[in-house]
Design a protein around this ligand. Structure first.
Ligand SMILES: [Zn+2]
Length: 390
């Protein structure tokens, strides 16, 4: 059976050659089905039971759950199948052709994170799946780069998988157990226009936004004083004033003003609570002004991730990587997996500096160490009897 599997570079070339862009812009958004079908074929050949799980509201987007072995413990090796869109002019090559050059593999998704699947498959070729004492899952998700709809669908379905999880996002082989949560909000103020010569003729939304900004800066100061975590490079939550739009002619009172903000919250902070605090602060600041306000969430919001520093998989990842677990400045599917009862560590062979860039590459010298880490994790969590009873 296993002889049917392509060799590593062919496997890598095939996933790179199979476009699976996800984007909130429908002009770029694609199905990930073709990548899922490739992985399903290879994993079935290895002896895995395959389950394809479409995301209900987007039937062209799928998660793959491949499982070998049985039990309530076990390990999940997880990655996303989608890539971001690309800028053709900036690439020196066809982004869908895997090119080996200067000890690097180039291609769209080479580092973030199509490389993970061929590396997992190469590792699995050396493992006797019939001797598993605990289950081994390979999870391949959709839409991580856009809406996280794949991971959200698993959470909605309360899908139980293994006890421990590794996500192979680009961390330069460093173990990660924490990242911040993200909220992006739009605040629209509506006043009334009128002739500029007499302020009493209108209600100025731009002046209202000035008050809103001041109040939000006060709120930011307060939460930054209250909430800190020295593990992060920026140890406090942040609030970025990102864009503002409003008004038209200089001789008219500004009737409409819209501002977008971005919040980065420490892992334990609740997204909904932060949203509610922002809205309350804004409403109080314009109270009595005659302005009305409309709020919109620009994204659903990504929870922060915080896996217990003493979790078995964090400890093992630290030992194998030879350095302590840390934080990253990007979001992952980790918080969703954690909410399903896994202890999740993020550790992958790529570099985030390469991700989402033209001429993205994976250094070849990352492949063997990643295989070693995966092998040891499978040995620890799937090949040994576990005391875990669920
Ligand atoms: Zn990624």
């Amino acid at each position: 059976m296993i002889t049917k599997l392509p060799k590593f570079t062919d496997c890598f070339a095939e996933v790179i050659a199979t476009p699976s862009i996800s984007s909130i812009d429908p002009r770029h958004d694609m199905s990930n089905r073709a990548v899922i079908d490739l992985l399903a074929g290879w994993l079935a050949d290895l002896g895995f039971a395959i389950e394809l799980v479409p995301v209900l509201e987007q039937p062209e987007k799928l998660n793959l759950i491949a499982c070998a072995g049985q039990g309530k413990g076990g390990l999940v090796l997880s990655g996303h199948t989608d890539t971001v869109p690309y800028n053709e002019q900036a690439w020196h090559q066809d982004p869908f052709k895997l090119i080996e050059k200067d000890n690097k593999f180039y291609g769209l998704g080479a580092t973030d994170m199509k490389c993970f699947f061929p590396i997992v498959i190469e590792t699995l070729k050396q493992i006797d799946l019939t001797s598993l004492k605990q289950p081994l899952y390979i999870l391949a998700t959709c839409d991580e780069e856009s809406t996280m709809s794949g991971a959200r669908a698993l959470v909605r379905a309360k899908r139980t998988l293994g006890r421990h999880a590794l996500i192979g996002e680009p961390t330069g082989l460093k173990p990660i157990n924490m990242h911040k949560g993200i909220v992006m909000e739009s605040i629209k103020l509506k006043g009334r226009s009128g002739h500029s010569s007499d302020p009493a003729l209108g209600i100025n939304a731009l002046e209202g936004m000035h008050t809103v900004i001041s109040s939000l800066m006060q709120w930011r100061k307060k939460i930054q004083a209250e909430e800190q975590n020295p593990a992060f490079k920026v140890s406090t939550p942040t609030l970025n004033f990102a864009s503002i739009r409003g008004g038209d002619n200089p001789n008219r009172i500004c009737a409409d003003c819209e501002m977008n903000i971005d919040l980065r919250l420490l892992p334990h902070m609740d997204l909904e609570q932060a949203r509610a605090d922002i809205r309350k602060t804004v409403m109080q600041s314009i109270d009595g002004s005659g302005l009305s306000v409309e709020f919109d969430s620009l994204i659903e919001g990504l929870p922060g991730m915080q896996t217990d520093a003493n979790a078995e998989i964090v400890k093992l990842a630290e030992q194998l990587a030879g350095e302590p677990a840390g934080t990253v400045a990007f979001g992952t599917e980790g918080p969703y997996l954690n909410s399903l009862g896994m202890d999740t560590v993020v550790l992958g062979p790529g570099d985030i500096e390469q991700a989402h860039q033209a001429n993205e590459y994976l250094s070849m010298d990352r492949i063997k160490p990643m295989q070693h880490i995966l092998t040891k994790m499978i040995e620890q969590f799937c090949l040994k009897e576990s005391g875990y009873v669920g």
